[in-house]
Design a protein around this ligand. Structure first.
Ligand code: ADE
Length: 241
């Protein structure tokens, strides 16, 4: 997979994208991360990438020319891959979007900065806009890294065989059950008996119920969307007072 990132701060990606799973995927050539500084594509001699907003107001606006020129120089005049603008105005980035992006051989991420990007970038260059949450960051770089991490771990061969992503579609709609490892007793705190029982069916049932409980308590919005079995529903009904 080829991931193209258009940013004013390519150095921000070096550390995080060199480590751990993404680093391994890049080293193993499962992913190529192409970092493009769109300042290099600014046409004037000062390489200006921002300007004041028409109509006035605070902050600066990323100019359209450098971004259009950079994307067209790298991906051609009529790119066919997804071109995603990271912005707090975008659709919320969720597991389903990561799964969709993981299917493409190539996609591009545009990182805005300052007060925002010129609207023509949204309208005529980006194919979609994503937000990683309801807060405003200083730029699209951290959100781009979040998207890359979430997508890359889904690519075949990136996770070890131990760490399956098969349950991720569940993870998208139900929170995970509690996890424990050795020792079984730590500072007086016990690992739940069922996990030590070796009874795989009982363990699976316990995990499912814990996931349902946790989701009901912390994210009832997700529970409303979840695919629930008859058994799940009976369990949840049994909890009602
Ligand atoms: N740029 C600034 N804040 C952002 C956010 N929350 N999501 C995506 N891009 C952003």
């Amino acid at each position: 997979m080829d991931i193209h990132v258009f940013t004013l701060f390519p150095e921000m990606f070096r550390g995080p994208m060199d480590e751990s799973m993404v680093g391994r995927a890049v080293a193993g050539r499962l992913v190529s991360l192409h970092l493009h500084n769109f300042r290099d594509y600014a046409p004037d001699k000062h390489h200006t990438v921002d300007d004041t907003p028409y109509g006035g107001g605070p902050g600066m606006v990323v100019k359209p020319e450098p971004l259009f020129s950079a994307v067209e120089a790298v991906l051609g005049p009529v790119p066919s891959c997804p071109i995603i603008l990271l912005t707090p105005q975008g659709r919320p980035f969720r597991q389903a979007a990561a799964q969709r992006l993981a299917q493409f051989p190539t996609f591009a991420l545009l990182c805005g900065h300052y007060g925002g990007v010129d609207e023509r970038v949204r309208e005529h260059l980006a194919t979609e806009e994503l937000s990683i949450g309801d807060y405003v960051l200083t730029g699209g770089e951290l959100p781009a890294m979040v998207v890359i991490d979430a997508v890359v771990r889904l690519l075949p061969g990136v996770l070890g065989s131990q760490e399956s992503t098969a349950e991720d579609s569940h993870a998208a709609v139900l929170l995970q059950a509690p996890l424990y490892t050795r020792p079984p007793l730590f500072r007086g705190w016990q690992v739940p008996e069922v996990l030590l029982s070796g009874d795989h069916q009982a363990i699976a049932r316990w995990r499912r119920q814990q996931a349902l409980l946790r989701t009901r308590e912390r994210r009832p919005d997700l529970l409303a969307e979840a695919e629930l079995s008859e058994e799940d529903r009976r369990f949840l009904q049994g909890l009602e007072p």
